[in-house]
Design a protein around this ligand. Structure first.
Ligand SMILES: [Fe+2]
Length: 247
């Protein structure tokens, strides 16, 4: 039995590409077929695959059904997290989605999923990504205080949701955790964040996230071991559509 993770499939069997520039790189060519083949040669029926968000470009549920069916047809148990593009997923109706796809897909939000003696916990997360950048002298350019403050509110809401996920698992006796986010746990300026603090507080062994696309973004946040926790970016283009083995 193995646990795998990947994110950001950005499927569009029924919907228009909303950011075609982002998806026209070589790595995105025929990625649906390549990813399916990789899953079929790697993942067995007893394995679990966590998809860390941005499943579909579809805005409404009706525009995503074929994308979700594609995910259903992949081998193993599939657990889905919400990404910033997953408009079809009303956070207040997660239970409905879990009922609708019972036995086929599991939706991770304000709840947890057991995996052996581990609890898989997670939420979309959030971090202020700008637009801002460091110029060649290392000076911060374009930082917007008002936007950063607005982002902090969103972080607070996501921290509440993630805490709910950890606490639900703890109440059921779990003490080993793997934490999933869609957004990176920190932005390019941060060394730590409310998310890394929460991972440390609950003793998560790993933090796994997506969202960062293109070579230039792959090192926006923490990767590798930091303060006893392994951080991994699993966006599909970063992994070249090979799911990462978590456990
Ligand atoms: Fe994405």
């Amino acid at each position: 039995m193995s646990l795998y993770a990947i994110g950001d499939l950005h499927l569009h069997f029924q919907s228009e590409l909303k950011a075609p520039g982002q998806l026209y790189g070589k790595v995105w060519k025929d990625h649906e077929r390549i990813f399916k083949e990789n899953c079929e040669s790697l993942i067995r029926e007893e394995d679990t695959l966590v998809l860390v968000g941005d499943h579909s470009w579809g805005k409404k549920f009706a525009d995503c059904e074929q994308d979700l069916e594609y995910i259903c047809a992949l081998p193993g148990r599939k657990i889905l997290l919400r990404g910033n593009h997953d408009m079809f997923w009303d956070v207040k109706k997660t239970e409905k989605l879990n009922e609708l796809y019972r036995g086929r897909l599991s939706f991770l939000q304000n709840n947890y999923m057991p995996y052996g003696d581990y609890a898989l916990v997670g939420t979309k997360g959030y971090c202020f990504e700008g637009p801002f950048y460091l110029d060649r002298y290392g000076h911060l350019v374009g930082w917007d205080e008002a936007e950063a403050a607005r982002a902090e509110k969103l972080v607070g809401r996501e921290i509440e949701r993630l805490t709910m996920s950890f606490e639900a698992a703890k109440a059921d006796g779990f003490c080993k955790f793997i934490m999933f986010l869609h957004y990176p746990p920190t932005n390019i300026l941060q060394k730590n964040s409310a998310f890394t603090n929460l991972a440390e507080k609950y003793g998560a062994e790993q933090v796994i996230y997506g969202h960062c696309h293109g070579e230039k973004r792959f090192h926006d946040s923490i990767r590798g071991m930091k303060r006893g926790i392994r951080y991994s970016l699993v966006s599909g283009d970063c992994l070249r559509w090979h799911p990462m083995k978590v456990l």
